[in-house]
Write a protein that binds this ligand. Structure first.
Ligand code: TYD
Length: 255
């Protein structure tokens, strides 16, 4: 598991931080757990702008892990718990100001982290999530122009572990596609939700937000060129899982 030290700017500190994820459900807190246990939990996230084509590969990657004898928790954000799914319905439909949107995203995430992600990792499962916090930096930070530092603070609170680390994915598969091509793929596919209805300029800012986040934490990111035939994209997904040490039970140790 990827356990980044909590940066000074994000540390819960003496302020109104919520405290860490409950210790009873927390995953092992030492990165060295991977060296001794082949069944250490693995946390993989899929990211990208709407229309980037990640959906079919998420299920395929879950199947690939199951073929290797691993138990997989397949989940999504916003959502993944009964409470977070209720918040998702609001977030994808209702207009709200950027602070309200960011807080609801992190409220949903807190419930998801505490009740699904951390318990599954503690059981040694593979957790695959369709989006996680990088989406908040990209959509709310990039798309809406919401304050990046405030997002860092919320991230530090919501993903705080008992030892002071911040939970991060071991591997983030970022499906990178130009907004123009993504819009073509989405056109006529179904009734667009609140985010899918946003302008081309919004998605340009979201894409820039993903690029910024990738640049800041390059070790856990794999940029997948999504504008390729599906089998080539799939091959790139498998290669990224391999080169990031996930199959080998040593995520975070890039080959
Ligand atoms: P997604 O699961 O991709 O929706 P679907 O598969 O139904 O198209 O994502 C839901 C939307 O929520 C998507 O437009 C991105 C947005 N989103 C944010 O704006 N911030 C976040 O933190 C997350 C997790 C998602």
């Amino acid at each position: 598991m990827n356990l980044l030290p909590t940066a000074t700017a994000t540390a819960p500190g003496p302020g109104p931080g919520p405290g860490p994820v409950a210790a009873a459900t927390a995953a092992p807190t030492s990165a060295s757990a991977h060296a001794t246990s082949p069944q250490a939990g693995v946390f993989i996230t899929f990211e990208g702008i709407d229309g980037a084509g990640k959906s079919s590969h998420i299920g395929a990657l879950a199947d690939a892990w199951r073929d290797r004898g691993r138990t997989v928790t397949l989940t999504r954000e916003p959502g993944g718990t009964p409470l977070a799914e209720k918040l998702r319905a609001l977030l994808l439909a209702d207009a709200m100001d950027p602070l309200c949107e960011a807080l609801l995203m992190f409220a949903a995430r807190r419930d998801h982290v505490c009740n699904v992600i951390e318990p599954a990792l503690a059981r040694g499962e593979v957790v695959i999530s369709d989006r996680f916090t990088d989406a908040t930096f990209a959509y709310q930070g990039g798309g809406r122009g919401f304050d990046w530092q405030v997002l860092h603070t919320l991230e530090g609170w919501v993903q705080a572990l008992p030892d002071g680390h911040t939970r991060q994915p071991d591997l983030t598969l970022w499906f990178d596609l130009t907004p123009a091509v993504a819009a073509q793929r989405l056109a006529g596919a179904r009734e667009p939700d609140k985010f899918e209805s946003e302008s081309a300029a919004f998605f340009e800012r979201v894409a820039a937000g993903y690029a910024r986040r990738c640049h800041a934490q390059p070790a856990r990111f794999a940029r997948i060129e999504a504008d390729q035939p599906r089998d080539k994209v799939w091959a790139d997904v498998l290669a990224a899982v391999h080169t990031h040490g996930c199959w080998q039970g040593q995520p975070g140790q890039v080959a």
